[in-house]
Design a protein around this ligand. Structure first.
Ligand SMILES: [Zn+2]
Length: 494
């Protein structure tokens, strides 16, 4: 062949000297039209563009299966009160950050955990610290919001003597807090997405609580290209989505990065607000809240099936998981259970039998281990039960639930494999840990390793993900990320 002739089968790019974990020798990954077209040993055609990986490790691109992308981008621009040990410390953190100028914009803090506070939140305390400046604190699990009087009147809500709102009332005010100019939010989302790509992310399932499609179409039109997005739909928008002919998995943009995600249905609350719906009562009383009745859930799942939507049912407590599993069985539809934090032993096997994905957030196990021990005493052997679910046949999909935990797949995989923060404290229920191979498979939509015919979504690592020590794995150095053969992150000198 003449050197300038165009070979119709020539690759667009070759990743040379790329090593897959477990392989004895490096190989060359040929990428053509966004797909892995060949895997070879030896030297490469001189006319292909070659990225020499010099023996670095490669794995399939990583997914975060549960994010709230706008909330995550907003969180980066908010006051972090997650380390406050009391209500007083939380309001002091806000007071210390109050600037002189009143922009009219509400001062927002995030991450509080009133379940472990030594004192009770009060409206009076919050007002004394913040004066006339509207201020709002969002709980770490998003199910509770604490407002001062100025914020309560700004958003037209009535709060109790504590200043707290919970569940739907809290979500409504949180949505209001997110109403910033689109350009501002989109640029923050773009920044957060670039950071995620630099950690190896090639796709997210976005469960932002809004009519999500148009926000992402707008971002894609402005050139967003950092990762793929499966944009979830909520029940209040199901009619609109079905009328528009939308179905889970359908491509929405010309670039092929945006697809319709699952139908997200919340049926209980959370552990930290003790609204997760449980079989046994909490020590403080009550069993939590089932926010959608069994009958309503079943009819939603049937509607989802008819409209071509895959349901993703948020269920945290063991009773909520039982209700979700019953509804999936009765509706005869496959789908996902989001969180599955607390599961009855007799229900583990039903995930596999019903063909369900358990979409789990391993970092929450470490964030919430003390809350779980105090609220589910003697029963935490089935809390955040990753090993039990996997062994019983569930397909696991790892995520962060950002902003609840950071959008960093290595943080999630580290928590899943060590059940520890490696902060000197011992692991929590280490018998529920995954192996690294299992954690990688659960973060790559089951791919595990790179094969011919796969999309060229590839992460290049500076270490062997199966062999580096735990303290390296959690901060795994990512040299490059490719999305359909295109570099979305590159720290390699080329
Ligand atoms: Zn979520």
């Amino acid at each position: 062949m003449f050197p300038d002739a165009v070979d119709p089968l020539a690759p667009d790019i070759v990743l040379a000297a790329a090593r897959q974990p477990g392989d004895l020798a490096p190989s060359n990954i040929h990428i053509r039209d966004g797909v892995v077209s060949r895997i070879t040993a030896g030297d490469e055609q001189p006319h292909a563009r070659v990225l020499d990986l010099e023996g670095r490790y490669i794995i399939p691109g990583l997914w975060d299966e549960h994010v709230h992308m706008t909330q995550w981008a907003l969180a980066a621009n908010r006051i972090d009160v997650s380390s406050a040990g009391s209500a007083r410390e939380a309001v002091e953190a806000v007071r210390s950050r109050l600037g002189g100028a009143d922009t009219g914009r509400t001062v927002v803090g995030t991450g509080f955990r009133d379940a472990v506070w030594s004192d009770a939140p009060s409206l009076e305390m919050f007002d004394a610290a913040t004066g006339q400046m509207p201020a709002a604190l969002i709980s770490h699990d998003l199910h509770c919001i604490w407002l001062n009087s100025a914020a309560a009147s700004k958003y037209g809500v009535e709060v109790d003597a504590g200043g707290l709102l919970r569940e739907d009332a809290a979500f409504a005010v949180t949505r209001e807090l997110g109403r910033l100019p689109d350009d501002v939010v989109d640029s923050w989302v773009q920044d957060a997405a670039r950071e995620a790509a630099a950690r190896g992310i090639v796709g997210v399932v976005d469960f932002e609580m809004t009519w999500n499609r148009d926000a992402w179409l707008r971002r894609m039109a402005k050139g967003f290209d950092s990762f793929q997005v499966d944009a979830g739909v909520y029940p209040e928008h199901l009619d609109r989505a079905a009328a528009a002919g939308m179905q889970t998995g359908q491509k929405l943009d010309g670039g092929g990065l945006l697809r319709v995600g699952p139908l997200k249905v919340l049926i209980d609350g959370s552990l930290n607000t003790r609204t997760a719906y449980c079989v046994d009562p909490y020590p403080h009383g009550g069993r939590g809240i089932l926010t959608v009745s069994e009958g309503e859930l079943l009819s939603l799942l049937v509607r989802a099936r008819e409209a071509g939507f895959v349901p993703a049912v948020h269920a945290i407590g063991d009773a909520a998981n039982q209700v979700a599993l019953d509804a999936f069985a009765a509706a005869g539809i496959r789908g996902r259970i989001e969180h599955a934090q607390f599961v009855r032993k007799e229900d583990f096997g039903r995930f596999g039998e019903l063909g369900l994905i358990a979409s789990v957030q391993p970092a929450h196990a470490l964030d919430d281990r003390d809350t779980a021990d105090s609220n589910w005493p003697g029963r935490t052997d089935r809390a955040f039960p990753l090993r039990s679910l996997l062994d019983a046949g569930a397909a696991l999909a790892l995520g962060s639930d950002a902003p609840v935990a950071a959008l960093d797949p290595w943080l999630a995989m580290s928590a899943a494999t060590t059940r520890s923060r490696m902060d000197g404290r011992g692991p929590w229920h280490p018998e529920q840990a995954l192996t690294r191979e299992e954690a990688l498979a659960a973060s790559t939509r089951g791919r595990g390793r790179i094969r011919v015919g796969d999309p060229a979504d590839i992460v290049v690592l500076d270490g062997d993900p199966l062999a580096v020590p735990d303290n390296v794995f959690v901060e795994m150095p990512v040299a490059a990320t490719l999305l359909a053969g295109r570099l979305t992150h590159n720290s390699l000198v080329s």
